[in-house]
Design a protein around this ligand. Sequence first.
Ligand SMILES: *Cc1c(COP(=O)(O)O)cnc(C)c1O
Length: 400
Amino acid sequence: MAWVNENYAALEDSYLFSEVAHRVAAFTAVHPEKKIIRLGIGDVTLPLAPVVVEAMQRAVFEMGVKETFRGYGPEQGYDFLHEALVKYYAGFGVSLESSEIFISDGAKSDCGNITDIFDDANIILVPDPVYPVYLDTNIMRGRRIIFMKGSPENQFLPMPDDAVKADIIYLCSPNNPTGAAYSKEQLEAWVAYARKQDAVILYDAAYEAFIGDETLPRSIFLVEGAKECAIELCSLSKTAGFTGTRCGYTVVPKVLKRKTKTGKELFLNKMWLRRQTTKFNGVPYIVQRGAEAVFTPEGQKQCRENLAYYKENAKLIGNVLEEKNISYYGGKNSPYIWMQCPNHMKSWEFFDYLLENLGIVGTPGSGFGSMGEGWFRLTAFASREATQEAVERFRSLPPQ
Ligand SMILES: *Cc1c(COP(=O)(O)O)cnc(C)c1O
């Protein structure tokens, strides 16, 4: 008899995006003539930067020649990419060693896989609203999860509460879905809390490249003492358009250590290396050459042009919401605009209103947690033309 994992029965059906698709299909069936603008997409739309494509083409060619062909590579990634990342981090003031960086096929995998190296008795602290992966990967392990509330009172940036005991803390900054980003002082408070509780912070920096405000930290390791209590998860998905190409990296500092339940002290960097070398065989050489090109000066220039395009879209959306006196977060150091539903509408109510009256599709905030009720996520990933058209339609909304 094979028993299956009971915890999977405790997962809630993720109906958010299927329900969105269902309601849009129902609307277009009745109104085939209406042009729908999709501001719900959480995926990039601009193609890969030319230098990335050229680097991958060269790598494909190498793979077809006996002298330069490569088989299995190092599970944790090639040195050339580690070195590119060490330089990249140094560029915003963080000093890392190559062996602290692990290349993977993306932050979502690492986010789920990192749960392997922690005991299931840990109490998990996650923000609400939140990227659903933090929650579901821990439900799959049967762990106890507690929530910290994001709301306008804390600008959707929950802060530590000494009365709350937690062992593993998920932070995402700039945040998906709220677009809010922690300041250095706020991260200092989190690091202090984690160190006091002997907790570990899992810091999701997938949107760090969207930070334009120089005073905001692009890595938690800019905070003193963070290497003793934090792991950083990062991805080329949103920063370089790698959502379909797949490449990310996770930083596990050498000094980070914690005890097992029976008191054995282990280094998390060694544990993660052991986990990855056992269960993962690395990212394709071709993709890693493409990733390396992202971090060259020309690659950075080309990728930043794409980011600037999305950020301009975000600004256009933000501007029209301001004109309409609609309160929102994000949109500045993030591709997400987290807006309050007008006239006290609930998230799904506003979804229907927006679809039926303006032909615009967004994502109901309640799909990201109970604190998202009454809020709504718009994204800046549509084309400029579609975004401008959506802005014009928003302009026709009655004043709030
Ligand atoms: C998109 C996203 C990621 C990146 O996931 P990949 O697996 O690298 O594509 C990570 N975290 C958050 C919050 C995201 O929105």
